[in-house]
Every structure is written in structure tokens, then in C-alpha cells.
Write a protein that binds this ligand. Structure first.
Ligand code: B12
Length: 581
């Protein structure tokens, strides 16, 4: 066995993995029966695909606009597909594309969808359901979440194509997302490669979308590695598979210079055209009025970016309520009208802005990104991976993960530090500076161990708690990301930890904690449990689209309900005091 943690035999030990070429061929054959159908957008604008529309928009100096929709209630989604477009139009504004938020249940193979867990999104049962939505208004349908990257990838892609969708994703999720209870990553990648074969064989251009922030970009420490990841995806999709690649970024890009710099870097050969620029949703914490300022700040950077280097990306005015729950129709319209006015006003503001610092940072990101791409592809080839096979590359990258890729192939000396890491360190610092010396001494002296885990892909809360624990002299056991409740109970029992911290965001807080406690009790685990994040859930047996807070119910289960990371400190103090002789 090799000492190299990235050795081929360590990362891909299975003797009979599927062959990428054969998977692509399986997908291509399906293009005889499954081709891009029509939808109100393609008909109204008389274009063959959204890519054509995007290039035309660039030529005309028009900035596209994106809105994210997808309620659990399909009728409501159909209604809003038309209503948002109509209300924007009657106020003289446009909405050009909708990102459709599918429920995670749709990521499972067809046969498992009825019995699997449900999230907060929309669930379409077949091609006719897709068509019934996209026929409602001349807005380009983009199907991204829970499509590519999951065992249901091929089925969902067939249905989306039939409904006239010419932007399909979300390749970013292939690298990081995990369906609850689903451990077969080979099926996730194999079905995705088949779907990409089908997309590449379409008679019109179908953009393969990847949201970088859904993938490795959220956890890389350096923006050069984020760009490098985009370049690697582009190489696999365009050079190896033959489909056009379109990138999206934005959730985590809070600093205007870094945001604009990343856009300029991406426009230098990584994506053309781009899908959309996501809203800087991590900046939505606080009162509504404060969040409006965040909306204006990131939109302005994105509008300037499209003026300086038009890429066809649609800008995305995310409603300010997004920080606390799924936004409703009125709020989506409000945000669109805000963006429309801002685009007009940005004309007058442009001369006040000096893009030079962003250009300089972009040049560093481009050089660092290309070096990272070459180091990753070269490093894998040297280790005997077949880097001409998309299946091998996707599976290897997913299994290696962001942290190990960055350590092995990253720049070493930072090129452009990622804003996420800096923000999390600052959040930890603010909470720790008020902890007095006596408290610190008690906690540090108690030799505590905390096991920290997440129920889903959101891992910033976990990183924040880990940073705080280390600063306070508490040992950390990694309980995992997107870990199932039974696995978490097993890890807790094995770890001998003094307390468990669960960070959960996907609207399943109550179900998740109940199952965890049941599994933990069965294993005789009796340690304090802290739960934080987004503590809500859609009420069972209803078709309501909005989750409700379940803090009280969680409290009744006997766990510590934490609304802030600062709640960690008294819990550690209790655990430490319990340990005092
Ligand atoms: C960043 C983000 C993402 C990133 C995550 C990147 C990553 N690798 O971590 C990406 C883009 C990948 C993402 C994906 C999704 N997201 Co998201 N995301 C967010 C966002 C913008 C920020 C959350 C965050 O990390 N905040 C940073 C942390 C540090 O701060 P905080 O959340 O305020 O937490 C504080 C406390 O709660 C505490 N804390 C947190 N956990 C714990 C635990 C303990 C024990 C303690 C003591 C304290 C504590 O620490 C913080 C400081 O006090 C929120 C919206 C928002 N503005 O909050 C949506 C949000 C959480 N996401 C949401 C959703 C729906 C999703 C998706 C399901 C969407 C989809 N694509 O289908 C996917 C998840 C898919 C999956 N596989 O699970 C919803 C959840 C809806 C709900 N439950 O009501 C939100 C609220 C957005 C929304 N309104 O729709 N997301």
C-alpha cells in the first residue's frame, strides 16, 4: 500500500469501475429519443437556445436577470413562473431566466423517490410536469439543483431537455453534495457522465452549468484554486465530452474587489457565456434594511463586471428574506425591480469606480488558477489516473475533496485569500473576545473533546465552531459533513467525546435530531447535544411551501437549542464544571 494519500489505488480501489467512454456513448444514443423540446422562452424569442440569447444580449449591451423559484406546491410554482414575469413587465422591468429549485428527493433514482426523505423544494414527477412549468412565460428555464451529480441525473436531464431547458446543471454539486442515506458515489458520477453524453449530442447548444460555490469554491482558501476548479471542469466538459460549459459563482464573494476580480478572471477564458452570478447570500444576516444594503453592494459589483467584461451571466437579485427562509413571490418581484432601477443608476456611478485593483487581482488569480489546473491534472496523470476519462477525473476529484486538492496542488503562498475564510475567522474572533480569562482557564483546563458535524452540505457553522473550540483549548473530533444520523451516533460512541455539536440547515432539524438521539441512546451515548444552524422544518403532511421554526420542539427533546455560536461557550463551561473534582 502506498504512503501517498492520493495514490490511484487508495482513491479508486475498485477493480471494475465503469468506463467513461462507454457511459458517454450510452447517453449519446438516448439523444435519438430525447431532444430539446420547446418552451415559451425559445418560442417567444425565436432562438434555438439560451446560449444564443446570451450572446445576442452581450452584443446589445443588455444585462440578463435571473430569479430563483421552486415552491413545494407545483401549482404555486406554475403561477409564479408567469406572475413574476408579468409583474416585472408591467413595471417596465425584465426577468430573463428562472433557476428552478428542485427538491432533493428528485436526486434519487426514480424508484426511490416516493419513499425517500423530502426537503423544501419542488418535486416534478415526469416530463409533463416540467413542460407544464416552462410553458407559462417567456423566461428561460434553468434546471440546476439536484440534477447533475446524483443518481437521478440522467432521468432528470431527459425531462428538462423535453421541456426546452438549454442550461442544465449543476456540476458543482457533483463534487460536494450528498443525498441523505445514499452512499454510492459511483452511481452519482456514472449517471452524470451519461447525462453529459446526452447533452453533448443535442442538435442545439445546451449549456452545462456549474455553480462553483456549490462545489469546492465554498471551502477552498484561495481564489486561485476556485478559478483552477472552473478551468478543470471546463477542460473535462468541453475538451473531453464536447459540451459547452457555463459557470456561476457568487454566494461567498462578499468583498467587492475580490468579487469583481473573480469575474474578470473567469471572463478570461473559463466560461463563455456564463449562466448567472449568484447573490452574495452569506451577507444576508441582520435586519431587512441592512440586507438591502448588501443587495445593492453586490449587485453593483456585478453590474460593473458586466459593463467591463460582458459574459452573458445573468445578475441575480436575491430577495433579502433569503437569509431566514425561502422567499415568496412578492419579495422576488420586489428584488427584481430593485435591480432594474440599479442597472439604470449604475450608468452614472461607473465613472466613480476604479477597476484597476480588481484587474490586478484578476491577473494573479488567472495565473494561479492555470497553475492549479495544470498541477492537478499533471499530478493525477503522474499517479496513473487516466486523465482522458471524465468518469475517472470526476470520481477522483470528488473523493480527494477540496482540502486535500488545495494542500497537494495549491499555490502554497496565498495568491488571493478567499473571503469566506476571512469572514469565519472574524466571526469567531468577535465571539471569543468577550470570553473572560477565568472562563477560558476553566474550559482549557478540563481537557474536553467536542465532536462537530453537519447534517448537510452547509459546513461554515462547523468550521466556525472548530475554530472557536481550538482557540479555547478544546480538542475537536471531525464528525463529518452531510453525515446520516446513524453514522453520527456511531462516530459519537466511538469518539468518547464530551459533547456533540450538530449544525443543520436543510429544513430537517427535528427529524434529524430525533433519529440521532434514538440511535445514540441505543448505543448508550449520554453526552450533551448542541444543535444550531437553521432550526426549521416544513410541517409534515402539508403542501405548504414554507418551513416553520422547531426550536421549542427541539428543546423538549432535551438538546441545547443554539441560536448563535456564542452559545457554545456556556455549554463548554457546563461540561468543564461537570468535570471539576
Ligand atoms: C452558504 C450557504 C450555502 C452554501 C453552503 C456552502 C458550504 N460548503 O458550507 C451552498 C451554496 C452550497 C448552499 C447550498 C444549499 N442551501 Co444554503 N445557504 C447558505 C447561506 C447563504 C449561509 C449559511 C451559512 O453558512 N452561514 C454562515 C454561518 C457561520 O452563520 P449562520 O448560518 O448565521 O449561523 C450562526 C448560528 O446559527 C451558529 N451556528 C450554526 N450552526 C451551529 C451549530 C451549533 C452547535 C452552534 C452552537 C451554533 C451554530 O453559528 C453562526 C454564528 O452565530 C444560507 C442563507 C443565510 N444567509 O443564512 C442558505 C440556506 C441555509 N441554504 C438553504 C438551502 C435550501 C440550500 C440548499 C438545499 C438549496 C438547494 N440547492 O437545493 C442547498 C443545500 C444542499 C445540500 N446538499 O444540503 C436555505 C435553508 C432553508 C431553510 N431551512 O429554511 C437557506 C436558509 C437559504 C434560503 N433561505 O433558502 N447554501
Amino acid at each position: 500500500m502506498s504512503d501517498d494519500p492520493l495514490a490511484h489505488g487508495t482513491i479508486l480501489p475498485e477493480p471494475d469501475l465503469p468506463n467513461g467512454g462507454e457511459l458517454l456513448a450510452t447517453g449519446r444514443v438516448l439523444a435519438r429519443d430525447w431532444q430539446v423540446g420547446t418552451c415559451a422562452f425559445l418560442e417567444h424569442h425565436g432562438v434555438a437556445s439560451e446560449a444564443v440569447f446570451k450572446r445576442d444580449a452581450v452584443t446589445r449591451g443588455m444585462i440578463m436577470r435571473h430569479a430563483q423559484i421552486g415552491f413545494r406546491d407545483i401549482e404555486k410554482t406554475r403561477r409564479c413562473y408567469h406572475e413574476i414575469w408579468e409583474r416585472c413587465a408591467s413595471a417596465g422591468a425584465r426577468v430573463d431566466r428562472y433557476g428552478m429549485t428542485l427538491d432533493w428527493a428528485m436526486g434519487y433514482p426514480l424508484a426511490m423517490r416516493d419513499s425517500g426523505p423530502r426537503g423544501t423544494g419542488m418535486w416534478l414527477k415526469g416530463a409533463e410536469d416540467f413542460v407544464a412549468v416552462t410553458a407559462r412565460a417567456p423566461v428561460a428555464p434553468h434546471f440546476g439543483d439536484w440534477m447533475l451529480g446524483f443518481p437521478g441525473a440522467l432521468t432528470n436531464t431527459q425531462w428538462a431537455l423535453a421541456a426546452g431547458s438549454t442550461a442544465i446543471g449543476n456540476l458543482g454539486q457533483l463534487f460536494t453534495f450528498r443525498l441523505p442515506g445514499w452512499d454510492d458515489d459511483i452511481a452519482c458520477v456514472a449517471e452524470t457522465v451519461k447525462a453529459l453524453g446526452l447533452i453533448a449530442a443535442q442538435p442545439v447548444e445546451v449549456l452545462v452549468h456549474a455553480n462553483l460555490d456549490d462545489g469546492f469554491a465554498a471551502t477552498f482558501q484561495d481564489l486561485a484554486c476556485c478559478l483552477g476548479a472552473a478551468l478543470i471542469e471546463r477542460h473535462i466538459v468541453e475538451d473531453l465530452i464536447g459540451a459547452p460549459m457555463a459557470h456561476c459563482y457568487g454566494h461567498h464573494f462578499s468583498e467587492p474587489v475580490a468579487r469583481l476580480a473573480f469575474h474578470l478572471a473567469l471572463s478570461d477564458g473559463a466560461t463563455a457565456p456564463g449562466s448567472m452570478i449568484y447573490g452574495n447570500t452569506t451577507s444576508y444576516r441582520g435586519e431587512p434594511a441592512q440586507n438591502w444594503a448588501s443587495l445593492a453592494s453586490y449587485l453593483l459589483a456585478d453590474i460593473m463586471g458586466q459593463r467591463l467584461a460582458p459574459t452573458g451571466h445573468a445578475i441575480n437579485p436575491v430577495p433579502i428574506t433569503e437569509g431566514s427562509r425561502i422567499p415568496d413571490i412578492d419579495e422576488i418581484v420586489e428584488a427584481q425591480l430593485f435591480a432594474d432601477r440599479l442597472i439604470g443608476q449604475a450608468e452614472g456611478l461607473a465613472p466613480l469606480i476604479d477597476p484597476e485593483p480588481a484587474r490586478l487581482e484578476a491577473a494573479r488569480i488567472v495565473a494561479g488558477g492555470r497553475a492549479f489546473r495544470d498541477a492537478v491534472l499533471g499530478g493525477l496523470a503522474d499517479r496513473g489516473y487516466d486523465t482522458t476519462d471524465p468518469f475517472v477525473l470526476f470520481l477522483a476529484l470528488r473523493r480527494i475533496g477540496a482540502a486535500r486538492l488545495e494542500t497537494a496542488f495549491g499555490p502554497g503562498i496565498p495568491v488571493a485569500a478567499s473571503p469566506v475564510r476571512r469572514e469565519l475567522d472574524a466571526m469567531a474572533g468577535r465571539r471569543l473576545e468577550v470570553v473572560d480569562t477565568a472562563t477560558r482557564a476553566i474550559i482549557a483546563g478540563a481537557d474536553l473533546t467536542a465532536l462537530i458535524a453537519t447534517s448537510d452540505v452547509h459546513e461554515h457553522g462547523k468550521t466556525l465552531l472548530e475554530t472557536m473550540c481550538r482557540e479555547l483549548g478544546v480538542a475537536v473530533v471531525d464528525g463529518g459533513v452531510s453525515v446520516d444520523p446513524d453514522d453520527l451516533a456511531r462516530r459519537t460512541a466511538a469518539s468518547g467525546c464530551d459533547l456533540v455539536c450538530i449544525s443543520t440547515y436543510n429544513g430537517i432539524a427535528l427529524d434529524y435530531v430525533e433519529s440521532f438521539l434514538e440511535e445514540a441512546r441505543a448505543r448508550g451515548v449520554m453526552v450533551p447535544v448542541l444543535v444550531g444552524g437553521r432550526l426549521n422544518q416544513i410541517p409534515g403532511n402539508t403542501n405548504t411551501s414554507l418551513p416553520v421554526d422547531v426550536g421549542d420542539a427541539l428543546g423538549r427533546l432535551g438538546v441545547a437549542v443554539c441560536r448563535d455560536a456564542a452559545d457554545l461557550v456556556p455549554a463548554l463551561l457546563d461540561a468543564a464544571s461537570g468535570r471539576q473534582p
